[in-house]
Design a protein around this ligand. Structure first.
Ligand SMILES: *Cc1c(COP(=O)(O)O)cnc(C)c1O
Length: 392
């Protein structure tokens, strides 16, 4: 099949809900991909932070194959080993106490919202169900997580949206206090706002916010769908912020490319959702769990520590380019935002980079880079070379 044939087939039979780049990806190894036509592409996207261990990893592929041959699915009404082993690994490495598995980021955040409301209902009764989120946040595309998302552009068309959310400014404790009140049960936030433009929250603000939460018994809910699983240079970003949240969602990178999400809770929250109050048909299915166990085995402490160095190396490389179109960088680990200067648009720059063999993402007004965490120096250098050629 040629690229033009594939494109025509896609347009003929799929809902065109995505603004796609003009390239079809065929296969990959490490952080290098090849297009349908055989062109080499350096990947600074990981499929939006999902392919945390890159492409074509044999340990990952074998774990999926072997689990599929043993037991592909068996509902959550029965015990199975991969589910329990993955839960243990996640709890031990995060310092959290218990986990619930679902299938996606939005679904994981829905779980956080249900958890907070039931925690509050059980303890205080009705009238305490509002959740504070931050302006410029992104929490998903279900009706409730769209409502939780603090950006007006997402609050269109799909009326009615949900009750029970208010928005405060990031890095502004006064704004949190203003929006707080007797009706609040939780605060939900990303520690590095991803879709909003790769904006890390101030550590001081986060620590003070955590204190306010514990003072008022608001649950501190951290959305680590994008920042989790090593992306920022620790298994979870909260581990670098010096806080222990009440609950943390994860998804994108957890199973290295298979669909999986979920949330971890602390001791206070582990019994809030009992039998019958929450569930998922596919959540934590044996194949995704086996894949996630392989991902966490590959992403050992040393590999995750190297993420910080790789991030610093890439940012330094980008900062040292002499270019008219891009400005400074920001972020944590291998979650990097690049400012796009006035007179240029991130969409056009990204399309140009992709055309020249470097896959990148956009976020807010800037470019967003989320390379596989296992990317090599050689691959980073190839990517930087393409950036230099295109942007100069
Ligand atoms: C991607 C993302 C989501 C949504 O995840 P899906 O798997 O697409 O539902 C939620 N929160 C954050 C921070 C994300 O980056």
């Amino acid at each position: 099949m040629t690229f033009e044939e594939l494109k025509a087939l896609d347009h003929a039979y799929t809902m065109q809900t995505y603004g796609r780049f003009d390239v079809a990806v065929d296969h990959g190894k490490g952080a290098t991909l090849w297009s349908l036509e055989g062109k080499e592409l350096i990947d600074f996207t990981s499929g939006i932070g999902v392919c945390s261990i890159g492409y074509g990893n044999e340990q990952w592929a074998w774990s999926i194959y072997e689990q599929a041959m043993d037991l592909g699915h068996i509902s959550n009404l029965f015990y199975s080993q991969p589910y329990a082993k993955l839960a243990e690994t996640l709890c031990k490495r995060s310092g959290m106490e218990a986990v619930f598995f679902g299938n996606s980021g939005a679904e994981a955040n829905e779980g956080l919202i249900k958890l907070a409301r039931k925690y509050s209902y059980d303890k205080y009764g009705t009238g305490r169900s509002t959740i504070l989120t931050l302006h410029n946040s992104f929490h998903g595309r279900t009706i409730t997580t769209l409502t939780a998302t603090g950006q007006d552009v997402f609050h269109q068309y799909f009326y009615p949206f949900m009750e029970g959310f208010r928005y405060a400014d990031a890095n502004d404790l006064d704004s949190i206090r203003e929006q707080g009140g007797e009706d609040v049960c939780a605060v939900l936030l990303e520690l590095v706002q991803g879709e909003g433009g790769v904006l890390p929250l101030d550590k001081e603000f986060v620590r003070e916010l955590a204190a306010v939460c514990s003072e008022r018994d608001w649950l501190l809910l951290v959305d680590e769908v994008q920042t989790g699983v090593g992306r920022t240079g620790s298994l979870f970003a909260f581990q670098q912020y010096g806080i222990l949240p009440d609950a943390v969602s994860f998804a994108k990178g957890i199973a290295g490319g298979l669909p999986m999400g979920g949330f971890l809770v602390n001791e206070k929250c582990r019994s809030v959702l009992g039998p019958g109050s929450h569930g998922s048909t596919f959540g934590g299915n044996p194949i995704s769990s086996a894949a996630a166990l392989a991902v966490l085995d590959i992403l050992d402490e040393e590999t995750i520590a190297a993420v910080r160095e790789k991030g610093a190396y890439l940012r330094q490389g980008i900062e040292s380019l002499h270019k008219k179109s891009i400005g400074g960088t920001r972020g944590m680990g291998l979650m990097i935002g690049v400012e796009v200067k006035e007179g240029y648009t991130n969409k056009a720059l990204a399309a140009q980079l992709v055309e020249h063999g470097l896959l990148v993402l956009t976020a807010g007004q800037g470019l967003r880079l989320l390379p596989p965490l296992t990317i090599t120096k050689e691959e980073m250098d190839k990517g930087l070379k393409i950036m230099a050629d295109v942007l100069e």
